[in-house]
Design a protein around this ligand. Structure first.
Ligand SMILES: O=C(O)C1=C[C@@H](OP(=O)(O)O)[C@@H](O)[C@H](O)C1
Ligand SMILES: C=C(OP(=O)(O)O)C(=O)O
Length: 411
């Protein structure tokens, strides 16, 4: 493994950054493509390892789907294989085998699929082994653990002989991702109804069409953060659209109060600096992947907001709440749970000369802490971790004049 040292830089001139494509949109388009009879024309698929893994596994169609650490790839391929009646083993990294999947597996079993846990109940690895017949067309799923289980079921729903009526129970987290799934499905000709808490989809065929994946708003958030923390500069983020399928476009609104003005142009969005008006409270229920970016930005900018909606962070690539607490602490910032699931961010008041950030096998830990370079030299452990969603991230850092040094270490 290698580490990267980013030398302090607080001023930037004008730079264009050509963002990578969204892995969330890509992985949905690929599952829909696998379910479509006829040729789709998918363009701008993500370079992200999660997407490249999905492409490879679908192409090879071998007996084992090893998804590595890709959550959407695991959840979407489980539903796809189970309802298509395939015989597959689904597995992944050690961490993937600690990320719960019971809600999805139980829903698939209720529908009539044969799915078994191979080690621990509720967790991968899994074996799927045929779909003899549809047992019901009405199921209820909890919405508060991961929206990926719901997206996974929704994408296969049109192929069920009797269709599906899916009722969502409890709090619905990451709702924007469910909306992304349904909007993408409708782009491929699927009709659905979402009334109150119930989504209904009749049996129907996906229609082959052309789909160009949008640039990635989650990846864009790190450049918003860097500029917010820097003394001066402006960035043009190529390929982003104002009306996006991605809920993480919320970063525009959040960063507006953290000193970034966003102007949408034909080719992307222009970021310039403006006054910081401050952030009082932010709810990440529907944009969990932005939480690390915003926490680090607030810590650097001396902001003291409350954060809610962080529950799902505990079951992502790592326990992101623990990881944030550890690494923010290295430069004197804190993320404290004040009451049940309400956190307070205490900013940093003195910055050490150099900070070393551990990344916990989590791409977003590496990228979210990069803007620290606006205040000090920062060494980020295991630089390859970004490959999960944004392999060209460090190259993009260098392209805007950030000086980097790479060193190797034993694992
Ligand atoms: O459906 C998707 O593409 C995703 C949904 C979210 O997960 P949860 O629904 O588990 O919050 C998000 O964190 C993840 O990065 C991508
Ligand atoms: C949580 C993430 O991904 P996944 O759940 O698909 O592994 C992420 O990219 O931040």
């Amino acid at each position: 493994m290698s580490d990267i040292l980013l030398l302090q830089k607080e001023k930037f001139t004008f730079h264009k950054i050509s963002l990578p494509a969204s892995k969330s949109e890509s992985n949905r388009a690929l599952i829909i493509d696998a379910l479509t009879k006829g040729e789709n024309k998918l363009t701008n698929l993500a370079e992200a390892r999660d997407t490249q893994t999905m492409i490879r596994l679908l192409r090879e169609d071998g007996p084992v789907f090893d998804v590595l650490d890709a959550g959407t790839t695991m959840r979407f391929l489980t539903a796809y294989s189970a309802i298509a009646g395939k015989r597959k083993v689904l597995t992944g990294t050690d961490r993937m085998c600690q990320r719960p999947i019971g809600i999805l597996v139980e829903a698939l079993k209720e529908l009539g699929a044969s799915v078994h846990y191979l080690t621990e109940e509720g967790y991968p690895p899994l074996a799927v082994n045929g779909f003899p017949e549809q047992k019901t067309d009405k199921i209820v799923m909890r919405g508060d653990v991961s929206s990926q289980y719901i997206s996974a079921i929704l994408m296969v729903a049109p192929t069920l002989p009797n269709g599906l009526e899916l009722e969502l129970e409890g709090k619905i987290g990451s709702r924007t991702y469910i909306e992304m799934t349904l909007e993408l499905m409708s782009n491929f000709g699927i009709k659905y109804k979402w009334i109150d808490r119930t989504i209904s989809i009749k049996p129907q065929e996906y229609k082959a069409t052309a789909f160009a994946v949008e640039s990635d708003w989650s990846g864009a958030s790190y450049w918003f953060s860097l500029l917010a923390c820097a003394k001066e500069g402006s960035f043009f983020l190529e390929g982003l659209k104002e009306n996006s399928l991605q809920g993480d476009s919320k970063i525009v609104e959040i960063m507006d109060s953290l000193g970034i003005k966003s102007e949408f142009k034909k080719e992307g969005v222009l970021l310039t600096k403006q006054e910081v008006s401050g952030l009082q409270e932010w709810d990440f229920t529907h944009c969990p992947d932005l939480a690390q970016t915003v926490a680090v930005t607030c810590a650097i900018l001396g902001q003291n907001p409350k954060f809610t909606g962080l529950e799902s962070l505990r079951i992502k690539e790592t326990d992101r709440i623990y990881a944030l607490q550890q690494e923010l602490g290295k430069f004197g910032a804190k993320l404290i749970e004040k009451e049940n699931e309400v956190f307070e961010l205490i900013p940093s008041f003195s910055m050490p000369h150099r900070v070393t950030i551990e990344t916990y096998d989590d791409h977003r830990m590496a990228m979210a802490f990069m803007p620290l370079l606006s205040k000090t030299d920062v060494e980020i452990r295991d630089l390859e971790v970004v490959n999960k969603s944004y392999p060209s991230f460090w190259k993009h850092c260098e392209s805007i004049g950030i000086k980097t040094k790479i060193t190797s270490h034993e694992v």
